[in-house]
Design a protein around this ligand. Structure first.
Ligand code: CMC
Length: 386
């Protein structure tokens, strides 16, 4: 054993593990780019299907290419009919919908005729099929868990629009579809985050792309990652009223609780996705009133108070991330908190798969080291003598 201790990068902070052309986060200047395009421009001018094309092919599609790609996605929306039985059985055991989704993705992999074909082309085809089915799975899980009849996808609706239709059985308004599409675009890809890394670790062993996505889903679930939006929602509910924010923050920080939806490993300035959602939430609050407006008022007050407290502790870098402001929009879209992380997963499936496809082109098994600090050459004592 070497006597000099190597430097250990806890949480792999500051470690680069690959090169990418997919996304770039400028964490000091509140910037996020997909394939060089600013996230603000993609939200304003593009849509989720086009963003998916961009992330698989590193360029925006021409009109005919887009129409073909969108048609392929619409054709692939249906899921095998027996998935509903699995969902029903898991729902009876009160499984969290995120656990049901993880199992469903694993299950439907067996229906993919190209499951074990690992070429770039086959991986893109599988990825597109899976991305197209994710909203169907989420809506199915939602409806079956509540004892409601599942709603078949419609081919004449956009990706986000069809998702809301399958959830609620009603074609959403243009505004609602745009809000949903914005949330899908904002979650599509985000550098070497924990769930994308987990997907890459799995894919680097040359396991199939569905297994990589299952790893991604499992990793996204935690409250330090994608699970933060659900936790932020319950945090706002726990606070209850904007007037209670001051006292709540004092108590929370005294108890060393984390403010959910704030802070980030890479952003040391305002998360640009949170900025977009915050603006949209303002519009939603005045349009919808009711619970979205109340949550918005609590969130705004909590941001003001918490940032002041963090600043007083010398931490101007802890600011809202995307998961802080999505719960308000989700509430307006009647998406319940237990579905927040699933919606994130449905969108991020593009990022996970695009990253896997990019990485395995020049694959190297991901196999870091851990530094052993235990004893060596211990004497084995038989069980009767211990
Ligand atoms: N509330 C209170 N204190 C905080 C927070 C927070 N949200 N974030 C960081 N800190 C403090 C805290 O004192 C912590 O020290 P300790 O470990 O002793 O409790 C210290 O800052 C660590 O700061 P850091 O090195 O900047 O944070 P990190 O890189 O270790 O963690 C984080 C980043 C996102 C896990 C953390 O900020 C956090 O737990 N935030 C709340 C959960 C959350 O919103 N997660 C969503 C992340 S963005 C969406 C996504 O990618 O899924």
């Amino acid at each position: 054993m070497s006597s000099s201790k190597p430097q250990i990068f806890k949480g792999l902070e500051g470690v680069y593990v690959s090169e990418t052309r997919l996304s770039y986060i400028d964490g000091l200047n509140s910037r996020l780019y997909y394939v060089g395009y600013r996230i603000e421009d993609l939200v304003a001018f593009s849509n989720y299907e086009e963003v998916a094309f961009l992330l698989y092919f590193y360029r925006l599609p021409k009109k005919e290419e887009f129409e073909l790609f969108r048609a392929l996605m619409r054709e692939a929306r249906e899921v095998p009919p027996d998935v509903a039985d699995i969902v029903k059985r898991m729902a009876l055991r009160n499984a969290h919908p995120m656990d049901i989704l993880r199992t469903c993705v694993s299950y439907i992999s067996m229906y993919d005729p190209e499951l074990y074909v690992g070429t770039r082309e086959a991986n893109i085809r599988k990825a597109v099929r899976l991305v197209s089915k994710m909203p169907t799975l989420v809506a199915l899980i939602y409806r079956v868990s509540r004892g409601l009849e599942p709603i078949e996808p419609r081919k004449d609706l956009g990706h986000a629009e069809n998702f809301l239709y399958m959830l609620h059985g009603k074609v959403p308004s243009e505004f609602e579809a745009k809000v949903m599409d914005t949330i899908f675009i904002l979650h599509a890809e985000h550098g070497m985050n924990a769930s994308s890394f987990a997907s890459l670790v799995t894919a680097s062993t040359l396991a199939d792309i569905y297994s990589a996505v299952v790893s991604g889903i499992s990793t996204l679930k935690g409250p330090l990652h994608g699970g933060a939006a659900e936790a932020a929602y319950y945090q706002f509910k726990e606070i209850g009223e904007p007037e209670r924010v001051e006292a709540w923050v004092q108590e929370a920080l005294k108890a060393r609780r984390r403010i959910m939806g704030m802070g980030h490993r890479v952003y040391k300035s305002y998360d640009p996705r949170a900025k977009i959602m915050k603006e949209l939430d303002g519009e939603i609050a005045s349009k919808y009133g009711g619970e979205p407006e109340k949550l918005y008022k609590i969130a705004i007050k909590l941001e003001e108070v918490a940032l002041k407290e963090f600043e007083a502790r010398g931490r101007t870098d802890i600011q809202p991330n995307i998961d802080y402001y999505t719960p308000i929009a989700y509430t307006a879209l009647k998406i319940p908190p237990e579905l927040f992380t699933l919606t994130f997963a449905a969108s991020r499936t593009v990022g996970w798969t695009a990253k896997v496809i990019e990485y395995v082109q020049d694959n190297r098994l991901i196999r870091p080291l851990d530094y052993y600090i235990g004893e060596l050459d211990k004497k084995y004592i038989p069980i009767t003598e211990r």
